[in-house]
Design a protein around this ligand. Sequence first.
Ligand code: AMP
Length: 549
Amino acid sequence: MHGLMQEYPLTIQHLFTRGTRLFPRKEIVTRTDDGYHRYTYADFAERVQRLANALTTMGIRPGDRVATFGWNTYRHLELYFAIPCMGAVLHTLNIRLFTEQIEYVIADAEDQVIFVDADLVPLLEKLAGRMPTVRAYVIMGKPAAETTLAPAYDYEDLLASASAHYDWPMVDENSAAAMCYTSGTTGNPKGVVYSHRSVYLHSFGVCMADSLGLSERDVVLPVVPMFHANAWGLAHAAIMTGSKLMLPGRNLGGAQLVEMIEQERVTVPAGVPSIWIGLLAYLERLSVEKPIMPDLSSVRAVPCGGSAIPPALMRGFDRFGLPLLHAWGMTETSPLASVSRVNSGALDGTYEEKLAIRSKQGQPVPGVDCRVVNLDTGEEVPRDSTSVGEIQVRGPWIARAYYHDEGNTEKFMDGWLRTGDVATVDADGYLQIVDRTKDLVKSGGEWISSVELENLIMAYPKVLEAAVIGVPHAVLQERPVAYVVPKPEYTDQLTADEILEYLRPQVAKWWLPDQVLFIDAIPKTSVGKFSKRELRDRYAVEGAATAAD
Ligand code: AMP
């Protein structure tokens, strides 16, 4: 017997139409180089339709890939909706990839048009003549005449000459809506293709009270780039629910973030830990210099993921009344897969007990099925907070294949996505990531968690950032080495011995790093995570020499 309910397609058109019809007066604000651009959902709706008409005139048809190369702005948001709603596929290019990788992903996706922010044009111009699939460039922010990319059009001219009404076509909910390439630390980036259905369902997942709980009352600040895993689904979820949006543009320093949060009464700023480490350092400096601190009391949650939140960061944010909300996911999972909230049974616990829960990666959100598997036996590990295994997930917003690599059974196995993240799971199903499989330090047949060592070192008050890598060792296979960035006021004082003395009572002897090396800043990946690959390369050149000294 079949159910008798309507087969209503789950498409981004619904998210767009609902938000713009019900909340026409809601604001979308963008921080620009010379101030704030603000307009309403009604203005947004009109411009999205103009954009869809302009794209149709340019010859874009359903299924065609249209790329963006830009910051988080209202124009990028318009592209986020116009492209999929007309049946084409939005491809958000990561502006921080190496030129060769950008060239590769443009060719792999067969992008036909690229929308590029004016200040990023020089980056794309490096590829002039090497983007054979691209038929046109649209420059956002400045007249198109100033580029060697050809043919180039001005975004505002295109919109001005297009009609303000567009009848959205019927779109199959399983058709592609958007593409994101993984930041891939090895090999070429891999294309993840989101469908309308997956984006739609993921938006609901983001809005559930026990996940990020986005609502009409929120003011959402996606600091996470719009090219990183669909801005974590925040743009779609915000428009669907009618949240006010604060788009930060390109300046993401502590002062700018504080200004946006205070001025626009942001309730949900979201970004990776390295952004918040910068903001915390800024607030700490400010609290010494200024008698009156900025008013950040509007913030109700700071969703944070992309890498583990060091507990020291969480404590620091708590001191300023900014509650970090730990979430885990990956490009392949749309990305939201788990969120760590303190449940009713644990609310009476001490601060430390609750901090320990919040520091975990949390429980899978409804819609995501999850298991932690021992890679040797293939069995699920016991839920004992100790046994480690790989997290594997499945669900309607989890990728089942990479673009142009559909036979990849190493990553996608029996309907499960193998995440490559190694974790423990407790009796309540909270995941705690120990490491990436490839970042675990394998020392003398035992594993050392680089994440745990980093978190401990970053809890030392004189330390700003720390990253631990495994380096080759003749006897033990690998040994941990720590790269440490002291806070500016301790640059000349902090010593390796001091760090080791501080660690000694807290870890097993064989966990102590063989070397502690100081560095000006931990190198970051294209999406702001600590780049361990760069550190390993660096160590191969200079660190090994230090060890030999
Ligand atoms: P990406 O696809 O670039 O977003 O990277 C996904 C990877 O980031 C995951 O597989 C994890 O290794 C890591 N990651 C994401 N969120 C977290 C988190 N909350 N804690 C630890 N690692 C994380």
